[in-house]
Design a protein around this ligand. Structure first.
Ligand SMILES: NC(=O)c1ccc[n+]([C@@H]2O[C@H](COP(=O)([O-])OP(=O)(O)OC[C@H]3O[C@@H](n4cnc5c(N)ncnc54)[C@H](OP(=O)(O)O)[C@@H]3O)[C@@H](O)[C@H]2O)c1
Length: 252
């Protein structure tokens, strides 16, 4: 049986297995299965590959999108430019080198396709909350679309002039950044009451809040945006788009 799956830790929040299992049923793909592989450490990656000889493709989620890179044989152009991988095609060989891996980033496709139809001319500058693997894909997309992007982090880095800490955010900053993308796991199941610590009182109907988190469907971040009349979107469409792109890569 062709085996595909998801690595990350924890994986209780993920909809990927449900999405692929339903896709296989719908499209009558009977020779494939999609499994969850929670890895407590990325060092378990190689034994996972050795112990699962039918494994041909993996998706990668929090917290391994960057940590996985040293284990891969090569990266495609987009993954290299972004510096994060969320999709791995596994090649099995009957030679001295039994397997090789190519890393891709399908979050770029999922995020840009999902956000583009909803961007308006006043969305010129974006705050990206979080500085992990997904934030790199979001930054790459928004820059390609032509938006000015700043990151928001819990930690200060004086050499990075395009980065705020949460405590630096104020009315002026929120007035000039009308797109705010949450790429932190705050609010993700089971910690559904958490939300990024931004000054929500300065949000307006001109603001667009995009939450990469999709479980729960309406996060505390999205609820606060709605309360202020802002436009909101969760990460469910992005999840489906990046998964379909990953399937294309697995089957190519
Ligand atoms: N919808 C989709 O298709 C999709 C795709 C990709 C990711 N996601 C979701 O996006 C989230 C991030 O994924 P990722 O792979 O980028 O994870 P990651 O590499 O671990 O990065 C998460 C970042 O969030 C910030 N962060 C972590 N814990 C925090 C906390 N307690 N408070 C404030 N900030 C915190 C950190 O930035 P600082 O240290 O700089 O603060 C960290 O670098 C996850 O919930 C994931 O499920 C969804």
């Amino acid at each position: 049986m062709r085996t595909f799956g998801l690595i990350g830790y924890p994986l209780s929040h993920s909809f990927s297995q449900k999405y692929f299992t339903e896709k296989f049923e719908r499209e009558k793909i009977t020779d494939a299965v999609y499994k969850l592989f929670p890895l407590k450490s990325i060092n378990e990656f190689e034994s996972l590959i050795k112990n699962n000889p039918d494994l041909l493709g993996l998706n990668v989620t929090i917290p391994y999108k960057e940590q996985i890179i040293p284990f891969l044989t090569e990266l495609d152009e987009t993954a290299k430019a972004v510096g994060a991988v969320n999709c791995i095609k596994i090649y099995r060989h009957s030679s001295l080198v039994p397997f090789t891996f190519t890393g891709y980033n399908t979050d770029v496709y999922g995020f840009s396709q999902s956000i583009k139809p909803f961007l308006e001319s006043h969305h010129e500058r974006a705050l990206i909350l979080g500085t992990g693997g997904a934030s790199k894909a979001v930054e790459y997309c928004l820059k390609q679309i032509g938006l000015d992007t700043y990151k928001v982090s819990r930690t200060k880095n004086d050499s990075d002039t395009k980065k705020f800490t949460y405590s630096e955010l104020n009315k002026n900053i929120l007035n000039s950044f009308t797109l705010i993308v949450n790429t932190t796991p705050l609010g993700m199941y089971p910690n559904v009451d958490e939300m990024p610590p931004i000054p929500y009182e300065y949000l307006t109907p001109k603001h667009f809040l995009y939450d990469l988190v999709y479980n729960p469907e309406e996060t505390a971040f999205i609820k606060m945006g709605k309360r202020m009349g802002s436009v909101t979107m969760n990460g469910l469409n992005m999840l489906h788009l990046q998964a379909d792109k990953a399937w294309e890569i697995f089957c190519s």
